[in-house]
Design a protein around this ligand. Sequence first.
Ligand SMILES: NC(=O)c1ccc[n+]([C@@H]2O[C@H](COP(=O)([O-])OP(=O)(O)OC[C@H]3O[C@@H](n4cnc5c(N)ncnc54)[C@H](OP(=O)(O)O)[C@@H]3O)[C@@H](O)[C@H]2O)c1
Length: 276
Amino acid sequence: MVGREFGATGVQVPVIGQGTWQLGRDGLEALRTGIELGMTHLDTAEMYTGSEEIIAEAIRGIRNRIFLVSKVLPSNASYKGTLRACDASLKRLRTESLDVYLLHWWSGSHPIEETMRAMEELVAAGKVRYIGVSNFEVDRLKQAQKALTREKITCNQVIYHLRSRAVENHVLPFCESQNIAVVGYSPFDQGDFPSPGSKQGKALQTIADRHGKTPHQVALNFLTRRNSLFAICKASKAEHVRENAGGTGWKLNDEDLKLIDDTFPPAGKDEPLEML
Ligand SMILES: NC(=O)c1ccc[n+]([C@@H]2O[C@H](COP(=O)([O-])OP(=O)(O)OC[C@H]3O[C@@H](n4cnc5c(N)ncnc54)[C@H](OP(=O)(O)O)[C@@H]3O)[C@@H](O)[C@H]2O)c1
């Protein structure tokens, strides 16, 4: 598994990681398979009921090999609520610290200054290494940056798949200018992947055939084609995980990129980020 520097952290993180939203206990084997293949960037959240406990089992005895990310719910993101939510996540994950702690999406009820103050407190206490956000447009990213006094925003986790490319317009260039990692979620549109017989499916197959890869691997390669980009995919089947691990370590050429742009047009300039 290819790794690259995660924002300004200096830490090498696998380009393709594993998401765990709606991953049931039957997904434990798949998660372990992914870890063995180097997909050690694991994404969870207090919102993903049961997922932190499954990860705890998968990483028992190998915590130091894992890049572990969890998220606080915006409704819990007051100063005290953030501290409490982090402690609860650490307990469920049976670990002493998170590699990155994210605000899951912008909170309408708690000022960003409060959340970020708590985040910095968590870093000072050694419970969190790095601070991040999720589903943030540029104006909100700037507010989060301004709210921090000592630490930096290291990543923004956002929706990014072939049919949802709004991140490319403003968020990606801004993050690149600030050395913020962009972690794309739902890379397969939650399983609603172009079917083999469709025009989009055929285009992906054409590209896949040129490289001896599969359409899912083509999608992952495209979504991680820049140095700032990471992808997290969810798979509860071990054969899917094995396939996904092959999404990196090779390069799409200009002809492939043109066919992708023609088949999955970039978003309109003012299209906002979608959010799941
Ligand atoms: N920050 C946020 O607001 C946010 C929002 C949504 C998601 N996320 C994170 O991003 C992660 C990934 O996104 P997601 O769970 O929405 O969906 P996803 O990764 O886009 O798609 C998951 C679906 O794709 C299938 N799949 C995976 N690999 C496959 C392959 N090689 N061939 C065929 N099918 C394959 C899975 O099937 P099987 O399970 O049967 O293998 C599952 O049905 C989440 O789990 C979560 O950690 C974050």
